[in-house]
Design a protein around this ligand. Structure first.
Ligand code: KIV
Length: 270
């Protein structure tokens, strides 16, 4: 095996030793670029619903959408562990449905692991997936598939009661066999407490600097998002503006006749 290849056990072993960065990717070219940056884990998030497919949330995203994008990402990745997000209603209905759908991600798309939202309530599902050889990344805190129940995209764990529940959730999913836990939108003190309470890496998104790892949505990092940028994201580029400027320059060049220039045309001679 290439020594640069990441595996689930290698990622789990980073706990307490080395902080690491994770990113989402949704297609072949961006997956290649992200993979070459050396990140250990690439998530094909159901955030592709809003970032790629034009949906208002992740709720309309289906297994078919996810399989299509996950397979493209896998084709672009040589080193990172690729994790596919289990979309809404692909794992909630029954444990056997969850195992079947997770198995499709492994067999048909070739991913290394799946992610699923939920804490204690998901323990039987996580245990069944792990028993079937499918590594699981858990996701607690703000879980976007539950926005209806949460009343929107709200910071979680602000009250003592909900903080205690999230600590119990993190311990339960880690004990059930999850190899890491995504913590979304919780106060940094709680992010730290959960990180200290479990023996697998926490991967924070809006959960403070004490988490073992951080994850961002690639579109937020690259400035591809034209609308609201979440408070937890840092934009490292402004590609939406750059793309729009490039397209406008091309359109203007075609209209003025500046493009195509002689160097873009073929000579009649062979
Ligand atoms: O869908 C997604 O991209 C996610 C990350 C924000 C963790 O769940």
């Amino acid at each position: 095996m290439n020594p640069d290849t990441w595996t689930v056990p290698r990622i789990r072993a980073l706990k307490g030793k080395q902080r690491f960065a994770c990113l989402t990717a949704y297609d072949y070219p961006t997956a290649r670029m992200v993979d070459r940056s050396g990140v250990p884990l690439i998530l094909v998030g159901d955030s592709l619903g809003a970032n790629v497919l034009g949906f208002e949330s992740s709720l309309p995203v289906t297994m078919e959408h996810m399989l299509h994008h996950a397979a493209a990402v896998v084709r672009g990745v040589e080193q990172a562990v690729v994790v596919a997000d289990m979309p809404y209603m692909s794992f909630q209905v029954s444990v056997s449905r969850a195992v079947e759908n997770a198995g499709r991600f492994i067999q048909a798309a070739g991913v290394d692991a799946v992610k699923l939202e939920g804490g204690q309530v998901r323990v039987p599902t996580i245990a069944a997936l792990v028993d079937n050889g499918i590594p699981v990344l858990s996701h607690i805190g703000l879980t976007p598939q539950s926005i209806r129940e949460m009343g929107g995209y709200r910071v979680q764990g602000r009250s003592a009661e909900s903080a205690d529940q999230l600590i119990a959730d993190a311990c339960a999913v880690a004990d059930a066999g999850s190899f890491a836990v995504v913590l979304e939108c919780v106060p940094p003190q709680l992010g730290e407490k959960i990180t200290e309470s479990i023996s697998v890496p926490t991967i924070g998104i809006g959960a403070g600097p004490a988490c073992d790892a951080q994850i961002l949505v690639l579109s937020d990092l690259l400035g591809l998002t034209e609308g609201h940028v979440p408070k937890f994201a840092r934009q490292y580029a402004t590609l939406a503006v750059d793309i729009q400027n490039a397209v406008q320059s091309y359109v203007a060049d075609v209209v003025s006749g500046a493009f195509p220039a002689p160097e873009h045309t073929y000579s009649p001679d062979a």
